[in-house]
Design a protein around this ligand. Structure first.
Ligand code: NAI
Ligand code: OAA
Length: 334
C-alpha cells in the first residue's frame, strides 16, 4: 500500500491527475497540496470516489507541505505556471525554478526516499534543480528522480498513427522518445517503433520531418489552441498517470520488465555518455523500472542518420538548460 502526494494538485494538470491517481487500488493515502485553498475542495471532491485511497488536502500555511509529504512513497509535481502563446518553456524558468526548489527541499526534509516525478517546466532545468537540492541535503538518489516525458511518448504514438493513416491504432505503436522535454531536445526514435512504421514514411523525407516536428512542438499546438488559457493539462494528466502507474506496478507490486522513457540522471552511466558522445548529467532514455526506481538505463540503440542529426540538435540546447538549473542552486543570484 502506497502513500502518494500531488504538489500543485489544484491546477489544470493537478486536478485530473489526482483523480487518476485515486483510481489506483495500490494507493492507500492520496495527499493533495497546493498554495491555493481550493485544493481542500478538490481533495473533498476526489475523496468521494469509491477506491481505497484516503484523500486529504493541504495548503501552504498550516505546515501543509510537511503534512502532505511526511512519509510519502511517491510525489508527483505539476506545480508552477504554464505557457502562453509566444513563450518557450524556458520562459517559465524564473517562476518555476524557485517553486521546484522549495518543494524539493520539502521532500528532502519529509520523505527523502520518495520517488519524485517532476512535470513542472522547463523539465530540462527543473529536474537538475531538484537533484542539486537533494545533493545539498545529502538525500540524492539518482534512481528515484524522474522528469516526466511521457507526454512526448504518447504524442509520438498518436501523431505517428495519424501520419500513416491509421489514427485508430495509436496505442499499438510504442516509440521511444529520448533527449529532453522541449522543442528540438525532444528526440523521437521513429525508426525503433514497435511495430515498425511503414517504409513509405521513411522514404518520404518531407513527411518524416513534418512528423518529427509535430511531435517536438506538440506542446505548442495546445498552447496556441488554448490561446492564453494555458498548455496541455488533460493529455498531461493522462501521461503523468501512465508513468506513475508503471512505476507503482514495478516498484511496489513486483511487476517485471517495465521499461519507459524518462529524463533521468545519467552522469555516472558510461554507456549512455558514449552513445550520446558527451558527458551530460541528464538525458531521457528508456528506463527499466523496479523496486528501487530506475534500476537500469537501456541503450538508445541504433539511430538512423536523420536521428543522429536530430541528436546533434538536441545536444546544442540541452547542456545549457541543465547548467542553468544547476547554477540556480549552486550560484544563486543575490
Ligand atoms: N512535463 C510535461 O510534459 C508538461 C509539463 N507541464 C507543466 O506543468 C506545470 C503546471 O501546468 P498547469 O497544471 O497547466 O498549470 P496551472 O496553473 O493550471 O496549475 C499549477 C498549479 O500549481 C500551483 N502552485 C503554484 N505554486 C505552487 C507551489 N509553490 N506549491 C504548490 N503548488 C503551487 C498553482 O496554485 C496551481 O494550482 C507548468 O509548469 C507546465 O508548463 C505542462 C504540460 C506538460
Ligand atoms: O508545451 C507546454 O508548455 C507544456 C508541455 O510541456 C507540453 O505540452 O509538452
Amino acid at each position: 500500500m502506497v502513500v502518494a502526494a500531488v504538489l500543485g494538485a489544484a491546477g489544470g494538470i493537478g486536478q485530473p491527475l489526482s483523480l487518476l491517481v485515486k483510481q489506483n487500488p495500490a494507493i492507500k493515502e492520496l495527499r493533495l497540496f497546493d498554495v491555493v485553498p481550493v485544493v481542500k475542495g478538490v481533495a473533498a471532491d476526489v475523496s468521494h470516489v469509491d477506491t481505497p485511497a484516503i484523500t486529504t488536502g493541504y495548503v501552504k500555511d498550516e505546515d501543509g507541505l510537511k503534512h502532505a509529504l511526511k512519509g510519502a512513497d511517491i510525489v508527483i509535481i505539476p506545480a508552477g505556471v504554464p505557457r502562453k502563446p509566444g513563450m518557450t518553456r524556458d520562459d517559465l524558468f524564473n517562476i518555476n525554478a524557485g517553486i521546484v526548489r522549495d518543494l524539493a527541499q520539502g521532500i528532502a526534509e519529509n520523505c527523502p526516499k520518495a520517488f519524485v516525478l517532476i512535470i513542472s517546466n522547463p523539465v530540462n532545468s527543473t529536474v537538475p534543480i531538484a537533484a542539486e537540492v537533494f545533493k545539498a541535503a545529502g538525500t540524492f538518489d539518482p534512481k528515484r528522480l524522474f522528469g516526466v516525458t511521457t507526454l512526448d511518448v504518447v504524442r509520438a504514438s498518436t501523431m505517428s498513427a495519424q501520419a500513416i493513416g491509421k489514427p485508430n491504432d495509436a496505442s499499438q505503436y510504442t516509440i521511444p522518445v529520448v533527449g529532453g522535454h522541449s522543442g528540438v531536445t525532444i528526440l523521437p526514435l521513429l525508426s525503433q517503433s514497435k511495430p515498425a512504421l511503414p517504409e513509405s514514411l521513411f522514404s518520404d523525407s518531407e513527411k518524416l520531418k513534418a512528423l518529427v516536428n509535430r511531435i517536438q512542438f506538440g506542446g505548442d499546438e495546445v498552447v496556441q489552441a488554448k490561446a492564453g488559457g494555458g498548455s496541455a493539462t488533460l493529455s498531461m494528466a493522462y501521461a503523468g498517470y501512465k508513468f506513475a502507474e508503471q512505476l507503482i506496478a514495478a516498484a511496489f507490486e513486483g511487476k517485471k520488465g517495465v521499461v519507459a522513457p524518462s529524463y533521468v540522471y545519467v552522469a555516472d552511466n558510461k554507456d549512455v555518455q558514449k552513445e550520446i558522445g558527451q558527458d551530460l548529467a541528464f538525458f531521457s532514455v528508456p528506463v527499466e523500472l523496479g523496486p528501487n526506481g530506475a534500476e537500469k538505463l537501456h541503450p538508445l540503440g541504433q539511430l538512423s542518420s536523420y536521428e543522429k542529426e536530430l541528436l546533434q540538435a538536441c545536444l546544442g540546447e540541452l547542456p545549457g538548460s541543465i547548467t542553468k538549473g544547476v547554477n540556480f542552486i549552486q550560484q544563486p543570484k543575490l
